[in-house]
Design a protein around this ligand. Structure first.
Ligand SMILES: [Zn+2]
Length: 260
């Protein structure tokens, strides 16, 4: 009897834990969405308490314009904050949070390049990559204590969680996304920016710029990315379909004009 109960609990856990990424890959995601939202919101608050916010209203308006065009495609409420940090980085968190380092704007030199990065980050969220990473960690380490640790980002568990959510560099733990997750974010991000009316061809220039600017810094996009050549080849092969998506978007009047 007990054994049967155990098996049925196990089976329901597996059903709950099975998700499919936007590109059709099956994933193990053990945490309910609301738990991920709570962690994302807390991680964003941690980040804000650590890094100064860039209060240049012109920059804010520009980043808001690009981010807004993308998030309109996915729905929900999103908070966008520009942080004063020279590293060319950005991130997005469950719970609708987007952070952009001011240094990114030197690498992403037009609206379509900035859209490439922000769509890549939002794609990580939509593809439940953080949930997948925390789930893997739970499977290895066990214990729900880990999940409480997000409220204390300087503790070992808190640092690990910040890392798993993709915002750990400033907290001493850089845990890069897997190459598979990076590829998914690249390709799904390409579709997403095209849906918003941005030019997907600019993604090639953006990743070129990023490769040149990387220079050994702990930049999310370069940490475990597929090799530069692979990334370029994969993007190139998806650009024709992304251009078709963009053409549809343009026909619907989606033509963002954001200037910095
Ligand atoms: Zn990424």
């Amino acid at each position: 009897m007990l054994r049967r109960m155990f098996i049925s609990v196990l089976i329901s856990a597996l059903i709950v834990g099975c998700a499919t990424s936007p590109l059709g890959r099956s994933q193990l995601t053990l945490l309910p969405d609301n738990q991920m939202v709570t962690m994302g919101v807390q991680a964003f608050a941690n980040f804000k308490s650590k890094l100064p916010v860039d209060s240049n209203s012109r920059v804010d308006a520009y980043v808001d314009c690009v981010a807004g065009a993308i998030t309109r495609e996915v729905g929900g409420t999103w908070e966008v904050v520009v942080f004063k940090d020279e590293s060319p980085n950005a991130f997005a968190l469950p719970g609708g949070k987007i952070g952009v380092h001011s240094g990114l704007l030197k690498v992403a030199t037009n609206q379509d390049q900035l859209a490439t990065v922000l769509a890549h980050e939002v794609a990580h969220v939509l593809a439940h990559h953080a949930n997948e990473r925390v789930s893997q960690q739970l499977a290895v380490q066990g214990g729900l204590n880990l999940l409480q640790a997000i409220a204390n980002p300087t503790s070992a568990g808190g640092q690990t969680l910040m890392g798993l959510l993709g915002v750990g560099a400033q907290f001493g733990v850089l845990l890069p996304y897997s190459r598979l997750q990076e590829s998914e974010a690249d390709l799904y991000g390409l579709d997403l920016m095209a849906r918003a009316g941005f030019d997907p061809q600019e993604s090639l220039q953006l990743w070129q710029n990023m490769e040149q600017a990387g220079g050994g810094q702990p930049v999310e996009f370069l940490s475990t990315h597929p090799s530069h050549a692979t990334r370029m080849r994969d993007l190139q092969s998806r650009i024709p379909s992304a251009l078709a998506i963009r053409q549809q978007a343009r026909a619907q009047g989606k033509a963002p004009q954001c200037s910095g």
